[in-house]
Design a protein around this ligand. Structure first.
Ligand code: PLP
Length: 447
């Protein structure tokens, strides 16, 4: 150990003169390469100092390490992931995968676009002019509005309709939606006072009636999207609340959460249209749950209830940008014309025969593991109880966590799940066109 091991390390200048370095400088620029060489040298010193190895790397090896730094640096932080979790609306994976039409529309609008400009008159226009009529048409509403997300939609609705007054909510609906977003806090943020009625499992119309006072502005109905109360329960429906609100000149606002437009067979999930037909003045939901669009908050209702939201100063703080608006318009058009082209809709309608065939194709390409039945989920707080029969490729391996980590860091990144010490790749959330890329990633991670 007599000699200083650091002495074996070349200088940055010497490294820059190597032929391999010239090629990298060409591709990435000398400042970035210099930075990468310094980082590689720092790594070497740290390893030598920690006794992790005895000799410094040779100059060629250090340039190769710098090239790895440059590759990592060039890779986008936010990137595409193959979702093999079987959770359709995986919040951490960006919820809904957009339809090709929605991606194309967002890409087109990335240039200059007529965001707030009426091309016919040359005058200033409204940024939601294109999505509002579509939303109204699809929900049967008189009027509609789109904002940044579902949370913003409720906050805006309560700020505009209930600020300074009271909002009545059932104790069974004082829910936390996720990430600490709780209904009582939203009501407070909206400048209103919460009046709780009923009990956790039962709230009757008489409870609402007894709580109504001169300050009451809104009867709020929050859909139990991420949990269920079962057993001895009673809930007051929108129609009954609407009749009561009508007698007293107040509003019924329904936060439906999931944004279902057309009935899903075999579920209790209400559609926006049904909630409006039942008499809600305003319904709010997320654009990236069952609607399968970009992150957005949708609001639909009667003109007199939507109008105060349009004029509220908060609207500007929660407005959508042009990329999301373009993708939302395209997604709404698909729901109108060809709903089966919305990936979320398509995924939820797959048959077990289709899933089995896709899983077998993956299994053949990977040449490992076996196909087995699984239970998948809609996720995103939608259809919490419903398990969706699906198929997965199950890979039995000594260290499944290591395999999962290699898959996450591969290209493309793949996220699966581990169950009973095996890695499961669920095909419900993998598109047909992704199977080959997925197989390639798995083979690379197994090699
Ligand atoms: C998901 C959800 C929200 C929040 O919507 P985001 O778009 O995630 O902000 C609000 N209310 C209910 C009932 C929900 O399920």
């Amino acid at each position: 150990m007599g000699d200083n091991p650091f002495r074996g390390l070349p200088s940055t200048q010497k490294l820059l003169e190597l032929p391999a370095a010239s090629a990298l400088a060409e591709a990435h620029g000398t400042p970035a390469l210099t930075e990468a060489l310094r980082a590689a040298l720092r790594d070497n010193r740290a390893q030598l100092a920690a006794g992790a190895r005895d000799n410094a790397s040779g100059p060629e090896e250090i340039v190769r390490q710098a090239a790895e730094h440059l590759t990592r640096r060039a890779r986008p932080g936010l990137r595409r992931v193959i979702n093999a979790t079987g959770i359709v609306l995986h919040t951490n994976l960006g919820r809904a995968p957009l339809a090709a039409e929605a991606i194309a529309a967002a890409s087109e609008a990335g240039s200059y676009a007529n965001l707030e400009f009426d091309l016919a008159s040359g005058q200033r226009g409204s940024r939601t002019a294109w999505v509002e009529p579509l939303l109204a048409e699809l929900t049967g509403a008189q009027s509609a509005l789109a904002v940044n997300n579902g949370a913003a939609a409720i906050l805006l609705a309560l700020s505009a309709l209930a600020s300074g007054g009271e909002v009545i909510v059932s104790r069974g609906e004082l829910v936390e939606i996720g990430g600490g977003f709780r209904i009582p806090d939203v009501i407070r943020q909206g400048g209103a006072r919460l009046v709780e009625v009923g009990s956790t499992n039962k709230t009757r119309l008489a409870d609402y009636r007894a709580a109504i006072g001169p300050e009451t502005r809104v009867l709020l109905k929050v859909h139990q999207s991420n949990f269920r109360t079962v057993g001895f329960t009673a809930e007051t429906g929108i129609a009954e609340l609407a009749a009561l609100a009508g007698e007293h000149g107040m509003r019924v606002v329904a936060d439906l959460g999931s944004g279902l437009l057309a009935r899903l067979p075999g579920t209790r999930e209400p559609t926006l249209r049904e909630a409006l037909e039942a008499g809600a003045d305003l319904v709010t939901c997320s654009g990236d749950k069952l609607l399968g669009g970009p992150q957005a908050g949708l609001i639909a209702g009667c003109e007199s209830a939507v109008e105060p939201l349009r004029r509220h100063p908060l609207l500007r703080a929660v407005r959508l940008d042009k990329l999301a608006l373009a993708a939302l318009e395209a997604t709404l058009r698909l729901h109108r014309d060809r709903p089966e082209c919305v990936p979320v809709v398509r995924m939820l309608r797959q048959t077990e025969v289709e899933l089995q065939a896709r899983a077998q194709r993956l299994c053949r390409l990977v040449e490992q593991g076996s196909v087995e039945p699984t239970e998948a989920f809609a996720g995103g707080g939608s259809l919490p109880e419903e398990r969706i029969p699906s198929r997965a490729l199950a890979i039995e391996i000594r260290a499944p966590d290591d395999l999962a980590a290699r898959l996450r860091q591969g290209d493309p990144a793949v996220v699966g799940r581990i169950r009973d010490g095996r890695l499961l790749l669920d095909l419900l959330t993998v598109a047909d066109g992704e199977v080959e890329a997925l197989a390639g990633a798995v083979r690379a991670a197994l090699a």
